[in-house]
Design a protein around this ligand. Structure first.
Ligand code: ZN
Ligand code: ZN
Length: 590
């Protein structure tokens, strides 16, 4: 974590209004009046029992609470899930409006999932990294829901609970996994920065002094001490004792993996089916990439002999990667592309883009750096009208050496950069978000599905190229396939590591030799796959589910089918799981 530092280089981009606005999905609050009341009740009870989750959704009424993660808290959470499921089951989803029928299923999945995480997955025992409170404090201080003095009041009340929280966390740890314990030590220590710097700076900014300041400084010290005590306990007492028998394997194993996949992704496929699809997809990508590279060879290497196997692809990718932006103009190059993408979407009539919603391209704020090259910062469910930011790593800042900037620029070369912008902005995440925010339903945004969101962005890449974006250049397709191969291999990797015991060596071989990744990226991925499960498959799975739905929808609609109609109809359902959108769009309601 680093200090917040907002750059002033903000540029607003607006989209021109050329085509007509389609009908919006209107909320139907009066269609199921009782169910609407239940939904509101569910949301409020959810925030009460999960105050931290509430803060991340932008709801602060319970922000000062920090319940200790005790048995009685877990019992209360299970009782909450059971009670809510009982109330939910009073309704018949078939008699609800199509929108509420989707909400019904989303609530049901959420509650069953919460129960499963506590009773079966039990990360609270074996993953010490779940006990990191810094992020939620950071979120409270940095959001603008209240004046600083009021936020400080909340933060200091919350801090009073931290020692008790960590005393309980220590009790909970039982045979943790080694990589998760290491991660916890790093992250939890790193988080003290929020208290010693961010909160301390806020005290000064609020002009707090004298006796009150003294008291508050003492609270900060006590908080930091209890956090460090937990990290020290993990490092000095827990970690040295962990070996094969008394530590948990970070690999999830088939049963837990399939169940987690079912709750997190909500696909029409099983994890195993998706794994098999990914393997077949990888083979077909390799065939296509080889074919294109062989065809392009004489254009780039006239008179030279072609290497065998995938080496020809390696060489072509390497050569094409040298066409890239300059580090000083990287962000400007992205800004210039956004209106072009919007123009292409309009010209090809792929979907309507609301011209009144600006997308601001900015340098990634300091406190978010070190994660990705580019990302979208979306407003939360409680402030949908706030601005959306496209964060871009500032390559001309001193934190990038000449070599690291060059390596980044080669990776995000002229071809990949366009695909990245399609994915992050138009028609990917940003466009999806605009549609999603048009849907007035809170359940849809609070319980939004990651596989739908990522799957849409991955689908958008394919859709743009199919519509002729990039003029069907062989080079563009080759690079697109490389990009798509990453998503595909992430899925293969995740399943192979957690279910099929893939070794580190095999993982690096897959990523470097079959997905054409640099060693640094491959090693980073190996680290990530040990720490997370299922998430890496969400991109490919969402994509597969959307492609299948489009095919079946086209069949159902016959003559009336149009791509624009499919895209808009799909997006209006918001970030519900594709499986549920599918049931609504195809009329396959249970
Ligand atoms: Zn270069
Ligand atoms: Zn994405």
């Amino acid at each position: 974590m680093k200090k917040i530092y907002l750059y002033n280089l903000l540029l607003l981009l607006f989209f021109n209004a050329c085509d007509s606005e389609p009908e919006k999905v209107e909320g139907v609050p009066n269609q199921d009046p009782e169910f609407e009341v239940f939904k509101d009740y569910f949301i409020n009870e959810l925030w009460k029992i999960s105050p931290q989750q509430a803060v991340y959704a932008g709801y602060y009424d319970y922000a000062a609470e920090l319940p200790a993660p005790s048995d009685s808290l877990r019992e209360a959470q299970i009782a909450f899930a059971n009670r809510m499921l009982d109330s939910l089951h009073q309704y018949d989803p078939a008699s609800l409006s199509p929108d509420n029928s989707i909400n019904y299923k989303m609530i049901e999945n959420e509650l069953e999932s919460q129960r499963w995480y506590i009773t079966t997955y039990q990360g609270w025992k074996w993953n010490p990294a779940t006990y990191n409170v810094a992020g939620v404090f950071d979120r409270i201080i940095k959001s603008d829901f209240a004046p600083l003095a009021q936020k400080l009041e909340i933060v200091f009340e919350k801090m009073e609970h931290v020692p008790q929280y960590y005393a309980q966390a220590r009790e909970n740890i039982d045979r943790p996994s080694v990589p998760h314990t290491r991660l916890a030590i790093d992250q939890i220590r790193g988080g003290t920065y929020i208290f010693e710097n961010v909160i301390l700076d806020s005290l000064n900014a609020a002009g707090i002094s004298g006796e009150q300041q003294k008291e508050m400084l003492a609270t900060i010290n006590e908080t930091v001490e209890s956090i460090n005590a937990f990290a020290n306990y993990l490092e000095l007492e827990v970690l040295p004792e962990l070996n094969g028998e008394n530590s948990r394997n970070f690999r999830l194993g088939e049963n837990l993996y399939e169940e987690k996949f079912k709750y997190d992704i909500v696909s029409t496929y099983t994890a195993k089916e998706i794994y098999e699809k990914a393997r077949a997809h990888k083979d077909s990508l390799h065939r296509e990439m080889t074919r294109i590279s062989q065809r392009l060879w004489s254009k780039y290497f006239p008179g030279q002999a072609q290497p065998l196997g995938l080496q020809v692809v390696h060489h072509m990718l390497d050569t094409l990667s040298s066409q890239h932006s300059h580090r000083d103009s990287f962000m400007q190059d992205i800004e210039k592309q956004i209106p072009r993408l919007a123009e292409f979407v309009r010209e090809k009539d792929l979907l309507y883009l609301d011209p009144s919603k600006p997308l601001t391209v900015r340098e990634t704020p300091m406190y978010m750096r070190g994660i990705a090259g580019a990302s979208i910062s979306a407003p939360g469910p409680y402030d949908k009208d706030k601005e959306t930011f496209y964060n871009v790593s500032p390559l001309n800042s001193p934190q990038y050496t000449t070599a690291s900037a060059e390596s980044f620029l080669r990776e995000y070369n002229d071809y990949i950069l366009q695909i990245l912008n399609i994915h992050e902005a138009i028609p990917g995440h940003y466009a999806q978000l605009v549609y999603s925010n048009e849907n007035p339903d809170m359940i849809r945004s609070i319980l939004g599905n990651g596989a739908t969101i990522e799957g849409w962005a991955v689908y958008g890449e394919r859709m743009m190229l199919e519509a002729g974006y990039g003029k069907n250049a062989a080079e563009m397709w080759l690079m697109y396939y490389k990009w798509n191969l990453r998503t595909t291999c992430n899925t293969i990797l995740d399943y192979s590591v957690h279910v099929l015991n893939m070794t580190e060596e095999q993982a690096l071989n897959l990523l470097m030799n079959e997905a054409f990744q640099e060693e640094a990226e491959a090693r980073g991925k190996w680290r990530r796959v040990q720490l997370s499960q299922v998430q890496l498959t969400s991109y490919f799975t969402g994509y597969m589910d959307i492609v299948k739905l489009r095919q079946d929808y086209q069949e159902k609609m016959g003559e009336e089918y149009s791509l624009k109609n499919f895209n808009e109809t799909f997006l209006k359902y918001g970030s519900a799981p594709v499986k549920y959108i599918r049931e609504a769009m195809l009329g396959e309601r249970e």
